[in-house]
Design a protein around this ligand. Structure first.
Ligand SMILES: NC(=O)c1ccc[n+]([C@@H]2O[C@H](COP(=O)([O-])OP(=O)(O)OC[C@H]3O[C@@H](n4cnc5c(N)ncnc54)[C@H](OP(=O)(O)O)[C@@H]3O)[C@@H](O)[C@H]2O)c1
Length: 363
């Protein structure tokens, strides 16, 4: 490390952003945290307080701004916030994580628009840029090894992945591209703010559990469902604390700058492991994998139809199965093991999610 960084962090109030912020402060860096919502900022301050952060009064500064206005408002921000002009590092975590396009044009608006705005800002001020992207910029992949390189446009599963790929094209070789896979809660506390992605699978099973409970004549131990996916394929999940720790360690070393890093799990759970876990946890049985490219069996009665509908909502999790190469990440972080995904850890992640009613309850 070349001494402490002076970091402009976007997305500081988000799920990953909070852990990036905590990690930067713990490592002695100064942070200028961009926020847009006062109550979200207070939640983040509370979270930092629970960790005893920040250690010093002048290591964390907040400033309110919409990321899409950062370049236009920069001169005004420099007048309003003495010291902000000294930032030398930009860690861009803000994004819209909507999977499909809404009326306002999200997620493209923030994800590609934000990348363009930051490119204009970086033309005006000397700043080293690091972007949180996603490992799924590779698009839909069945079992192939995905390297830490710039990918040609893939068969994108949703607009979100495409918007992140578009953003990467603007920044390739000009910014460090940090690509997490599916981020889940903290490896010890299980704390999580966004119960999307991988959690949806378990939320669906949780709902199904109640549905089957209400229909006593339905045989929950023999659902006889065949999922069109391969049992040995994997879902790549990675704990949020690992992603933050690895991201900060990587950007601290100038040798890593402007390269690409997969912040993914080297030993992710297989679909069969996940399904065995689901069956045990929710006391169901008879869900099988019939292999890639097969079709689902037809429901035979109304209850089965509901069960199938629930299962279908999670099918996309089982259909995209890249194997992520981590050569650059292993080289950059040789002594940073990724917490293993064990039954005990998944139990804690789900207990936490259920206690918070999958994000509807208090945070
Ligand atoms: N979660 C995952 O599984 C996952 C996986 C791979 C990569 N990633 C990437 O990791 C990064 C963080 O994701 P996350 O899960 O932490 O998402 P998140 O919880 O939704 O946080 C997103 C953050 O971005 C901010 N933001 C969004 N649009 C903005 C805008 N137009 N201007 C200013 N701030 C804006 C949000 O501010 P508010 O608090 O005001 O809403 C929030 O702080 C993103 O780049 C995402 O693409 C996430």
């Amino acid at each position: 490390m070349n001494g402490p960084m002076n970091v402009l962090l976007t997305g500081a109030t988000g799920f990953l952003g909070e852990y990036l912020l905590a990690e930067l402060l713990e490592r002695g860096h100064t942070v200028w945290a961009l926020y847009r919502n006062a109550s979200r900022r207070i939640d983040t301050i509370r979270f930092l307080g629970s960790l005893g952060l920040p250690y010093t009064a002048d290591s964390l500064h907040w400033f309110k701004c919409e990321v899409l206005e950062l370049d236009k408002r920069w001169d005004r921000l420099c007048q309003q916030h003495p010291g902000i002009h000294e930032v030398n590092t930009l860690l861009h975590s803000a994004a819209s994580i909507r999977l499909h396009m809404d009326k306002s044009g999200e997620p493209l608006r923030t994800n590609l628009g934000g990348a363009k705005v930051l490119a204009r800002l970086a033309e005006r001020i000397p700043i080293q840029v690091h972007m949180i992207s996603t490992a799924y910029v590779c698009g839909l992949v069945q079992g192939a090894i995905i390297r830490e390189i710039n990918h040609p446009p893939g068969d994108f599963v949703n607009v979100y992945e495409e918007s992140k790929w578009e953003a990467e094209q603007l920044w390739h070789l000009k910014a460090t591209l940090l690509r997490p896979s599916i981020i889940v809660g903290h490896s010890e506390t299980a704390r999580c703010k966004t119960f999307t992605g991988w959690y949806i699978l378990f939320q669906a099973m949780h709902l199904l559990d109640r549905l089957m409970d209400e229909n006593k004549d339905f045989n929950r131990l023999n659902l006889d469902i065949h999922l069109p996916s391969a049992p040995h394929a994997t879902i790549n999940i990675v704990p949020v604390d690992y992603v933050a720790r690895a991201a900060v360690a990587i950007i601290e070393n100038p040798d890593n700058h402007n390269k690409i890093f997969h912040l993914t799990h080297p030993d992710p759970p297989s679909h069969q492991w996940t399904m065995d876990y689901v069956c045990k946890r929710f006391n169901v049985g008879g869900i099988h994998f019939s292999g890639d490219g097969t079709s689902m069996t037809e429901p035979r009665n109304p209850i089965e139809r509901m069960v199938y509908r629930q299962i279908k909502t999670i099918l996309f999790h089982f259909s995209n199965n890249p194997v992520f190469d981590r050569t650059n990440t292993n080289h950059a972080t040789p002594h940073m093991p990724v917490p293993p995904i064990t039954q005990d850890r998944v139990d804690r992640l789900l207990d936490y999610a259920i206690a918070r009613d999958w994000g509807q309850g208090p945070g």
